[in-house]
Design a protein around this ligand. Structure first.
Ligand SMILES: [Fe+2]
Ligand SMILES: [Fe+2]
Length: 537
């Protein structure tokens, strides 16, 4: 160990102190997950360790060809740039490999990054192996004198160099002194601890990014399968986050003490992206069933063809009957026959027009219309000596759907998406700070009075986040104008339905109030709805 002029017991005491703080720094570093804050802490602590006036961190780009400036601190110039300071770094990145393909060994930082060797220079203005021309220019511009310099590689747990820590001007009693050898060793240990913390932080960050991107890509896949479902997911996410942000900004009232922090906002956002994940298993024809008779095509076309066939059969029958009357000399009966035939054809045309009308899913189908469909279905026609009904059993079943375009069975299959969402999400081992996603996402069809699905949860089992999602989901479902089976409702209709659902104790009244009084509906409408839907302010 190099003599520093300090007596031995003092020297040992100082080293023990430094070792202790190294352990403390290690703990602090591994607890910090914010990348910028980790880097900042490294520079602060390294400067504290070495009593250096200035310190910088450079991180290797993923292609390992460039060093990027991340943090610059210089006490005497009052400089804090990069990291969480909010002051951008304007200095250019340093190439490790020159344009001619050779390593950039004249720059001390790229030398350290390339060779992995620490460099300790007493006075950079007299250094022989490196080019400090730029340093001199920057010094001159800021009335500064860079003198002693310690540049260390930052190696992670796999011994890979991930960055470079540079310290300038070790201070002792107000004077610049060289960095001592013992300080060099211990600071190198600190730099490596930092590199490990940094690598962990990057890994966690990358995993979170991966998770979020993966979820977005599932939602994107859903959008390809069913564009209106993809759009619904996007809008529900936007609306959910808008409501959450508004709650965060409330200073009075019910939500004055409610604040979703960054992690909770992220958790809620992912829950919104995943809320209809179960629809991945819903058959496409149910998603996109635009009319009651639609399967892979709209079977109303089949009915039109059938009714045309019946018409032709009736025409043939009529011609035969007419010919028979004339042949039997009963010409006077022909006008009555013609009249009856005309009536039958009109009736047929009327019926197919009526079937076309009831094939469109509406809010409600009147009892007399259901009776008429059933009475048409009881009619028969004969083809090749065989009797057939005007309407098949399944066609009747679909045409008498009271609301929308889905049969009871199809509706159950559609509603089952909430069950599937629940099962799929509960299978996933979410990290601790995101482990509420399954509860938030799969509960958007639950109602406060316990009458919802899939689990029939009651108010006390439904967290605020689930309640926000439920309102966002229903509001979008009501106003959506891109669904093949229905028109988008107007803003006033949708708000009054939401209000009724609040009064029926289905939806949360306080969230609805936030939504109403802050006019979040209008903000949403101006972006997403058709002009003619916006009928209130
Ligand atoms: Fe849903
Ligand atoms: Fe939904």
């Amino acid at each position: 160990m190099k003599k520093t002029g300090i007596s031995k017991p003092q020297e040992i005491e100082q080293l023990i102190k430094k070792n202790r703080s190294l352990v403390e720094i290690g703990k602090a570093l591994s607890a910090e997950k914010n990348l910028d804050a980790v880097l900042e802490m490294v520079v602060d602590k390294a400067r504290e360790f070495t009593n250096a006036d200035a310190g910088s961190i450079y991180i290797l780009t993923p292609d390992e060809k460039t060093l990027q400036f991340k943090i610059i601190h210089t006490d005497s110039l009052n400089w804090r740039m990069g990291g969480t300071s909010g002051n951008p770094i304007t200095l250019p990145d340093i190439p490790i490999i020159r344009e001619d393909g050779h390593p950039n060994l004249m720059n001390v930082c790229s030398y350290v990054a390339y060779t992995g060797k620490a460099v300790n220079i007493p006075d950079v203005y007299f250094a022989e192996n490196f080019n400090f021309a730029n340093t001199k220019i920057i010094d001159a511009a800021n009335n500064y004198r860079s003198k002693s310099m310690l540049v260390l590689p930052m190696r992670n747990h796999e011994n890979d160099i991930i960055g470079v820590l540079s310290l300038i001007n070790a201070m002792e009693k107000g004077k610049i002194v060289p960095f001592s050898k013992d300080v060099e060793e211990i600071t190198e240990a600190l730099a490596s601890q930092a590199a490990i913390a940094l690598t962990n932080s990057i890994l966690i960050h990358d995993l979170e990014e991966l998770l979020e991107s993966f979820i977005r890509s599932i939602a994107h896949g859903m959008g390809i399968k069913s564009p209106h479902t993809g759009n619904h997911i996007r809008r529900v996410e936007e609306l959910t986050m808008q409501i959450a942000r508004t709650i965060n900004s409330e200073n009075s009232g019910k939500f004055s003490n409610t604040y979703f922090n960054e992690d909770e906002m992220k958790e809620l956002r992912i829950a919104a992206w995943m809320h209809d994940i179960g629809k991945i298993t819903t058959p496409e024809f149910i998603f996109n069933k635009a009319t009651k008779l639609q399967t892979i095509f709209d079977r109303i076309k089949l009915l039109e063809t059938r009714f045309n066939l019946i018409k032709e059969i009736k025409k043939n029958e009529h011609s035969g009957q007419k010919y028979d009357l004339i042949k039997r000399g009963k010409k006077e009966e022909v006008p009555a026959l013609e009249k009856n035939f005309e009536k039958q054809i009109n009736e047929l045309e009327d019926e197919i027009n009526f079937l076309n009308e009831v094939n469109i899913g509406k809010e409600y189908l009147a009892e007399e219309k259901i009776d008429r469909i059933k009475s048409i279905s009881r009619k028969k026609y004969i083809l090749d000596g065989q009797e057939f009904p005007y309407l098949e059993k399944n066609e009747v079943e679909n045409l008498i759907i009271n609301k929308g375009t889905l049969t009871q069975k199809e509706k159950q299959m559609m509603d089952n998406h909430a069950n599937v969402s629940y099962e799929m999400l509960h299978e996933l081992p979410f990290p601790k700070k995101m482990n509420k996603i399954p509860i938030y996402a799969s509960g958007h069809h639950e109602k406060l009075d316990g009458s919802g699905y899939p689990l029939g949860l009651k108010a006390e089992q439904l967290p605020l986040q689930t309640r926000i999602l439920a309102i966002a989901d229903i509001f979008d479902a009501l106003t959506a104008h891109d669904r093949p089976y229905k028109e988008g409702k107007t803003l006033s209709e949708s708000m009054s339905i939401l209000e009724k659902m609040v009064l029926s104790n289905f939806l949360d009244k306080d969230i609805f109030e936030i939504f109403r009084t802050n006019k979040l509906y209008l903000l949403f409408a101006e972006k997403e709805l058709k002009k003619e839907q916006i009928d209130m302010e």
